[in-house]
Design a protein around this ligand. Structure first.
Ligand SMILES: Nc1ncnc2c1ncn2[C@@H]1O[C@H](COP(=O)(O)OP(=O)(O)OP(=O)(O)O)[C@@H](O)[C@H]1O
Ligand SMILES: [Mg+2]
Length: 511
């Protein structure tokens, strides 16, 4: 293991909490890196919190100014050989090896000044962070050649939030995770994936030779809910103008219809329900409000007699992915109704164990589970919050992706036990993340603004200690959205020119 430097004695350290070391010449130490040294107790493990440089020749301002007036100080003195670098280390624990693995213990004695400091051992780092060989490989630990392989259960079971500003790499990271889920061998336990894809970013998986056969894409316009899957509760959650009296009437009528379907082998649709409400015996105001809702439901063109697209019971399979590509739809309300239906149905199917354990990934989650919204405007909010609260009990894991964490439901966010945060610069979002992500300290919060695209912090259940990671490249095919503006402009003009030329040719041929 490469020696990095030597523990020094300062006024404040070494203690059991921290120590400082002076770097060997050309020692490759970086801020945030993990290092180790020893004490009588064994291995003392920590991370470099800050690095400072000093040089005696430059301590007194007046002498520096005086010398520099004539010629650079370097021409008078061997200044470079007097420069030294000091790293401050926060101690994280003492690592004790038991069998194959390292265990973290409390430090009760500081390392002695003069002890050598070396790079942290890789096996020890893996055990400290909690990486596992069979985990999802999403990148590497920053400053170390240690692959970040995160345990599936710890990452997903208690839900995951991916938060960052636009363009920071959220969808890229989500795609990397999906690759890992699709590649996972059966022996390690495979879960199913359902993606709510708002911008059609995950459609590329279908055209990828490695993943295509495990992926099914359903576009928003194809989606069809069969009438028999509608419940009075679901309809009432979509149309809040339906009163509790209205809901009772609806339940009664729909129960009768279900009986009739069973006994007389009839198939009903929304128009049949409307007819039954029209002829039903109930107060006029109840009837009117029910009919208003049902006409709206009919106009949405979402419910069919028996067509079911996608068939969640058949299409949600272990090691496979169902992508609901809603990019072809403009109507935000309809998108929310679809998310509300799909999420409730997954919840019920999973509760009855009729589908495998599932990971539901919701892009732009602040639209579907916003913090400030009345239920009327957000039929999908309550079911997403319900999955966040109860899903882990029966293996329905939620992943929310958002560039506006402030606008995302706090219930949902607080139930996500793992947060992966990529670059964020907006102070409001940063403050919110600081408050809602347990384990993030001021130092990390400051670092979030300096992250580059593809770098991030993981905190929470998935790791034993918050860590910085570099997300790996994608292996899957990417659907190019949002090409650089100048490329879009060039391709627009060249297409327009081609169309003009074709029109000219046609005209010539005609003449
Ligand atoms: N780890 C990475 N390595 C290489 N390229 C990356 C990485 N992360 C992101 N990128 C690239 O950066 C760009 C933006 O990433 P991405 O679309 O994932 O951002 P986003 O956070 O989802 O943005 P939005 O909020 O607009 O959806 C993409 O072109 C993507 O390929
Ligand atoms: Mg995105």
């Amino acid at each position: 293991m490469q020696s990095l430097g030597t523990v020094i004695s300062t006024e404040l350290s070494p203690t059991t909490m921290e120590f400082a070391f002076v770097l060997d010449t050309n020692s490759p130490v970086r801020k945030g890196q993990f290092v180790q040294t020893t004490s009588e107790e064994g291995i003392v493990f920590g991370f470099v919190a800050e690095i400072a440089r000093a040089n005696r020749y430059f301590e007194r301002a007046e002498s520096v100014a005086e010398y520099e007036r004539e010629a650079p100080i370097s021409s008078h003195f061997p200044i470079k050989s007097w420069e030294y670098t000091i790293a401050d280390v926060k101690i994280l624990g003492r690592m004790e090896k038991k069998g194959e693995h390292y265990h973290q213990q409390r430090v009760s004695l500081p390392p002695s000044p003069g002890t050598k400091v070396i790079e942290a051992d890789e096996a020890m780092l893996k055990d400290f962070v909690g990486f596992t060989e069979t985990g999802l490989h999403i990148g590497k630990l920053q400053h170390h050649e240690v692959p970040a392989k995160i345990d599936l259960t710890r990452l997903f079971q208690k839900h995951l939030a991916i938060l960052a500003m636009s363009g920071a790499g959220k969808s890229h990271l989500a795609s990397v995770m999906l690759e890992e889920l699709l590649e996972r061998p059966k022996e390690q336990g495979r879960i199913a994936v359902v993606v709510i894809d708002i911008h059609g970013e995950y459609v590329g998986f279908k055209f990828d030779p490695n993943y295509g056969r495990k992926v099914r894409i359903v576009s928003g316009k194809e989606i069809c809910i069969p009438f028999r899957q509608l419940t009075p509760g679901l309809i009432s959650s979509w149309f809040t103008e339906i009163s509790s009296v209205g809901q009772n009437e609806l339940s009664k009528i729909m129960r009768e219809m279900a009986q009739q379907e069973k006994n007389e082998r009839q198939v009903f649709g929304v128009p049949d329900l409307i007819k039954k409400v029209e002829t039903g015996d109930m107060p006029k105001s109840t009837k009117d409000s029910l009919l208003r809702a049902l006409y709206e439901l009919k106009a949405l063109n979402l419910v069919s007699q028996s067509k079911e697209i996608p068939n969640l019971r058949q299409n949600v399979q272990p090691g496979e992915m169902l992508v609901l590509d809603l990019s072809d739809m403009d109507d935000m309300r309809k998108k929310k109704l679809i998310v509300s239906y799909v999420a409730s149905r997954l919840f019920n199917l999973r509760r009855k164990e009729q589908i495998p354990p599932t990971f539901l990934l919701v892009e732009e989650a602040h639209n579907f589970a916003p913090e400030k919204a009345k239920a009327a405007h957000n039929p999908s909010k309550s079911i997403i919050e319900k999955i966040a609260r109860e899903g882990r009990k029966f293996g329905l894991a939620l992943g929310v992706v958002s560039q506006r964490p402030v606008q995302l439901s706090t219930t949902t966010l607080s139930q996500c036990n793992t947060h992966i945060i990529l670059r964020v610069t907006n102070p409001n979002d940063l403050k919110h993340i600081g408050e809602s992500s347990e384990g993030i300290d001021q130092r990390m919060l400051r670092a979030i603004t300096t992250l580059k695209v593809g770098e991030g912090i993981i905190v929470g259940e998935a790791v034993r200690y918050p860590i910085f990671i570099e997300i790996r490249d994608r292996k899957s095919r990417k659907m190019e959205k949002g090409k650089p503006l100048h490329e879009q402009a060039l391709s627009y003009e060249s297409n327009a020119k081609k169309a003009d030329e074709e029109a000219d040719e046609e005209l010539e041929a005609f003449l």
